[in-house]
Design a binder for this molecule. Sequence first.
Ligand code: BG6
Ligand code: BG6
Ligand code: GLC
Ligand code: GLC
Length: 917
Amino acid sequence: MFAVHLMAFYFSKLKEDQIKKVDRFLYHMRLSDETLLDIMARFQAEMQKGLGKDTNPTASVKMLPTFVRAIPDGSENGEFLSLDLGGSKFRVLKVQVSEEGKRNVQMESQFYPTPNEIIRGNGSELFDYIADCLADFMKTRGLKHKKFPLGLTFSFPCRQTKLEEGILLSWTKKFKARGVQDTDVVSCLTKAMKKHKDIDVDILTLVNDTVGTMMTCAYDDPYCEVGVIIGTGTNACYMEDMSNIDLVEGDEGRMCINTEWGAFGDDGTLEDIRTEFDREIDLGSLNPGKQLFEKMISGLYLGELVRIVLLKMAKAGLLFGGKKSSALHTKGKIETRHVAAMEKYKEGLANTREILTDLGLEPSEADCIAVQHVCTIVSFRSANLCAAALAAILTRLRENKKLERLRTTVGMDGTLYKIHPQYPKRLHKVVRRLVPNCDVRFLLSESGSTKGAAMVTAVASRVQAQRKQIDKVLALFQLTREQLMDVQGKMRREFEYGLKRDTHLMATVKMLPTYVCGMPDGTEKGKFLALDLGGTNFRVLLVKIRSGRRSVRMYNKIFAIPLEIMQGTGEELFDHIVQCIADFLDYMGLKGVQLPLGFTFSFPCRQTSIDKGTLIEWTKGFKATDCEGEDVVDMLREAIKRRNEFDLDIVAVVNDTVGTMMTCGHEDPNCEIGLIAGTGSNMCYMEEMRNIELVEGDEGKMCINTEWGGFGDNGCIDDIRTQYDEKVDEGSLNPGKQRYEKMTSGMYLGEIVRQILIDLTKQGLLFRGQISERLRTRGIFETKFLSQIESDRLALLQVRSILQQLGLDSTCEDSIVVKEVCGAVSRRAAQLYGAGLAAVVEKKREDQGLEYLKITVGVDGTLYKLHPHFSRILQETVKELAPRCDVTLMLSEDGSGKGAALITAVAKRLQQAQKEN
Ligand code: BG6
Ligand code: BG6
Ligand code: GLC
Ligand code: GLC
C-alpha cells in the first residue's frame, strides 16, 4: 500500500517537474486570455481592412467575396458532380439532392491520390490529372454521355467575380503547381476536361472548403452562418452583410466571405506572438513569409512544430538525455496524427513512448511526460489562436445584427479538429470564454464540404436555367445585320410606294407632301406665334427672328393637356388650345396684337397647301373625337372664333419633324432631314419634286413628312415583331396601327419593357414571381425612367432605387435583369431608327447620283435627348448600313417651334408677294 502511494507521489512529482520544465521552455507558446482578446481585436481590424475597397489591396486577410448569397432553403435538387481538392484528400463525388421538401442527399465518392510530382509540377498537368480522375469516375460509374453540372471545391485563396470563376491568388499548404497563380482555375479545368470528348460537364461553381462546409452544415441547421476548417490548412468563412462588402456592388442581403485567415500576420501583425519554432517552420515551408497564422495552427504544421521543439529541447539536454536520432532530425517525421495519438486520454503516454521509439529514440518515463506536454502546449495554442479569430467573426456577426446575444451555429471540418481527442473541447471552451454573449453551436460536417458545394451548384444551376430563359426572351430583340438590312430595304420600298400616285393609297409610309419647299436662307425676320402640339409638352411660343444674323429669341410657356381633353371631343381640345393661347398672350402682354402663327401639329396630316392640313388619324396618346378627316387649321380658327376674344393669322401647319429640320436648317444649310425620336417616331426629308407624283411640278424640292411610324402596318415587319410588341399594340389607342412607331418610340418602349417584365415575372424569373399592382399599371416606364435605368454611371443600387420609386420592389438581381431588358428594347429601337435613316440617306445619295453623300439630320425628342446610348447606336447603325453616307446628327436645341416660325415667315412672305401681284 505504502509502495503504491510512494509510486504515485513519485509519478506526480515527476510529472510536475516535467510540466514545469516544458512550460518554461515553451513559455511563449502559452497564450493568456488577455493576449487572446488582443489577437481577437487585431483580427477584427484585419477583417475591416480586407473588406474596404481602398484597404483591401494591402490587407493580408483578403476577405474574399464568394458570390454565395444564401444558405440552402431545402428547395435545392438535382444531380451534381463534385470535386474536392486541396484538403488532405482529393475526392470525386456524385451528389444527388432530392426533390423539394424531403431534404435527402445521397453521395457516392472515390478518393484519388495526389502525388507530389502532380501537385508541385506543371499546372496543366495538374488539371489534366484532375480531369482524368473525373473521367475515370464517370466511366466506372456509367455516368458518361449525360451532361452534369459540377461544383468544384477548391481549397485555396481565389478572387471571384462570379460563382463560376476564381483567380488563384497563391497556392498554400502542400500545393505549388507552376503557372496557375493569377489564372482562373475554372477555365484551366474546363480546358483540361475538353480533352475528354466523351464527358460533358459544366463547372457552375467554385467554392472554398470553408464555404462548402458552412453550406453542408446549413443544410441541416439553418442557423449555420460560419464555416471553419482546421485541417491541413485553416480558414473560416461567414455570412457578411452586403452593405459592408465594398468590393461587390449592391447592398441587399448577405454574401459569404472567405476570410483566408491563414494569412493573418503576413504583414507582421503577429510578430510578438510568433516564436523561434514558428520562424523555423516558415523557413522550411513551400511558401516562406506566407500563411503565418495557418502555420501556427493547422495540421500540416502541427507535428512539425512538435518535432522542432523536441529537437531543440534534446539539443539543450532537456530531453532524451541530450540524445537525438536521425529521424528526429528529419522534416515531417512527426505528423498531426502522432500529436493526436500522444494526447489521447488513456493510451497517450504509451502511444508517446511507441512513437518516440519508432523515431529511434530511447525515451524515459520523464521524457514521455514532457513530450506529451509539448504536444499539449502546441495543440492548445493552435486551438487558442483559432478561438481568438473565430471570436472576432462571431462578434462581427453579432454587431452586424445589432444583437445583445447572438445565437449561431459554426460548421466545422478538418482532420485536426476531427481526430485530435481534445481539440474540439478546448476550442469550444475558449470561444465561449472570449465571447460570452454568443451562444454557439459547433456542428461537425460529417459529409465534408461537398454536400454544401452541391447546394451552391444546385442554386447556380437553377440560376443558369433561369438565365437561359431570360436570354431567350432578350434574344428576340437582337437584330442581325441581315435583318436590319431587310428593314432598310423594305422601308426604302415603302418610300417609293408612298411617293407614287398608283401605290400611294396602299403605302403604309404615307409620304405626305408638306408644301415646305426650301430651307431658311437667313433673310427671314419678324415676330411670330407658334403652337407646338403632339410631343410630351404642349407649348405656346413667341418667336422673334432677326434677319441676317440668324438669331432667334423665343419665349414660351408649357401647358398641360389633361388626358380627358386629349381623348375628349375635338371641340374641347381646340377650345383648350385657344384657352392656353389666351393665357400666353395675357402673360406676354400681347392681347390684341395680331401676329402670324405657325402651328406645329405632330400628327399625320394631308396637306394641299402650307396652311391646310387634314388630320388623317390620331397617333400616340391623342384620340379626340370629330377631328379625323377635318382640317385642323379650320378647327383652330373656329375655336378662336368661338372664344371671340382675339384673332390670329394662322399661316402654316407644320409637322414636328419638319419644324425640327427647319430649326436645324437655320444653322446648318446641309440639314435636309428631320428626325423625331420622342413620344412618337417620324422622319421628314427634302425630296426632289419630280419624284413626288402627288404634287404638280417637277422643279426644286419639297419636304416630305414620311410618317414612317406606320411602317409595317401591312405586316411586312411582323417577322421581327415579338409577342410583347403585339401586347403593347393591343393595349394601345390605335391597335394594328403605327407598328414601327410602337417598336421604336418613347411612348411604347417602356410599355414593351413592362410587358417583358410581366412575362418574366409570370415565368418566376423576376420579382419573386409576384406581379405587383404597379407592374400592371400602363405607362409606368416613361422614357425618362428608361433612360435613367440604362445610365452607365448608375450603380445597381440606384437602379434599384428608381425601380422602387416606380413602386417595383426589386432585389439586386431583379435590377440587373430589368436593366438588361431596358437595354435590349432600346437598342433594338435605336437600330431600327438607324435602318430607317439609312434607307433615306441612301435614297438621297442615289437620287443625286453621288458617290458619297454628306448630310445633316436635325433630331429632336426626349428619347434621343435623354437616353444614354440611343444616339450612339443609331449613328453606328446608319454607318454600318449606309457606309457611303456621312451622316451628322444635329440635336435641335430649340424645339420645332423655331422651325415653325421660320416656315411661317417664308409663307407669310410668299402670301404677301402673291397679294401684291
Ligand atoms: C474535408 C472537406 O472534409 O475536409 C474538404 O471535404 C476540406 O473540402 C477538408 O478541404 C479539410 O480538412 P483536411 O484535414 O482534409 O485538410
Ligand atoms: C420637341 C418639339 O422638342 O420635341 C416638338 O418642339 C416635338 O415639336 C417633340 O413633338 C418631340 O419629342 P417628345 O419626346 O416631346 O415627343
Ligand atoms: C488554406 C487555404 C484555404 C483553405 C484552408 C483549409 O488556408 O488557403 O483556402 O480554406 O487552407 O483547407
Ligand atoms: C407620330 C405622329 C407624327 C409625329 C411623330 C413624332 O408618329 O404621327 O406626325 O411626327 O409622332 O412626334
